[in-house]
Design a protein. Sequence first.
Length: 319
Amino acid sequence: MVEREPAVIGRRDGIPALQVLLGAGSFGILSTLVKLAQKDGFSPYDLACVQFVFGACLGWMIVLARRTAGKQGAAGRTASLPQTVKLMATGTLTGLTGLLYYQALNELSVSMAVMLKFQFAWLGVLLHAAAARRRPGTNQWTAVLLIFAGTALSAGVMEQHAGPKWTLAGVLFGFASAVMFALFLFFGGRIATGVDPYRRSACMVTGAAVMLAVIRPPQVMVDVLGASGLWEWGLLLALFGGVAAPMLIAAGTPKLNSGLASILCAAELPVALIASGLVLGDALLAPQWAGVALILLGIAMSGLSGRRTGTRKRRETNG
């Protein structure tokens, strides 16, 4: 008989869950920043390149500052060479996520691109279920369905008058970014989980930067980093997408199962839509607001079901 895997957010998981939510919110701001930067003429590779190169520099500066202040290892140990290599390899997934997502944003509206990226929610649940050889629980499936329905509404696909422009290439880039992000969450929650989260994140972002240097000739990266006006965008993207988001998610995901981490990362969508509405002037229609509400309901449901599961397990143990 196949066991069911419950969604789990217990009392001890409150802080890790909040870290993942804040990290997802930081990712949500990126889409608006990227759209603004693309209007200035910068390509998806330009933006991904500066984001992760600057992010790696800032990440290691934080690690060094913590070490100088005597906080190194306060939340975990340093990484061995094999662990560092594995973390950098995992970081290539987040680098590919960024590059593919920015390609999608170059072809699609923010709402359509983020809808496609949001397929990582159900992909993450399936990955976790396959690895654990357990079927997701009813509450977890319900939460995923609520998020999926909310994503569709938020993207405006059910609004007849929305009619966002799209291309096949943009759709493929968007879905590919979802696959890469689901894999990043999956492996990121399993590799070197005892290592200090700041060092884990710095290693991952460094891996992303190295990957971007490999897929293009070195001179291209040098030219990109020297481009006028790109440094300002690079610092903003690095702060939100290369430091804050990876560090928060790297700190939170090892303490949560990967399926639940994927669900909690749904917070990226409402943040992305609200930011694009306020800054870019994108219209948020009634179905989109309803979709945001469904997504938040799905996140809340995953938390409530986890508390009930934890309470039931404690009662069984004590009984």
